[in-house]
Design a protein. Structure first.
Length: 75
C-alpha cells in the first residue's frame, strides 16, 4: 500500500498538490509527486496487481497492490 499525493493520468490533483510538487522539485529536481500509472507499471513488473485506488482527504490517494493467488493466470 502507498499513501499520499500523486499525479493521476498525467494530471495534478488539486492546487495544494501542485504547490507541494513545485516545492519538492525546487529543492531537488528528482523529487516530486509520482504518477499512479508509472507506479502501477512498476508494481506489475514486480508481479503485483492493482487492487484499489481510494480517494482520501486532502487530495491524497491510497494505492493498494497485491500479489495474485498461486495458479492464477493473467488474462
Amino acid at each position: 500500500m502507498l499513501y499520499g499525493p500523486f499525479i493521476e493520468a498525467g494530471r495534478m490533483i488539486g492546487a495544494g498538490n501542485a504547490s507541494f510538487n513545485e516545492r519538492l522539485r525546487a529543492e531537488n529536481p528528482e523529487w516530486g509527486l509520482r504518477d499512479t500509472d508509472c507506479i502501477t507499471e512498476c508494481a506489475a513488473s514486480a508481479g503485483l496487481d492493482q487492487a484499489a485506488v481510494i480517494a482520501m482527504p486532502a487530495n491524497n490517494r491510497l494505492l493498494i497492490y497485491r500479489k495474485p493467488p498461486r495458479g492464477w493466470a493473467r488474462p
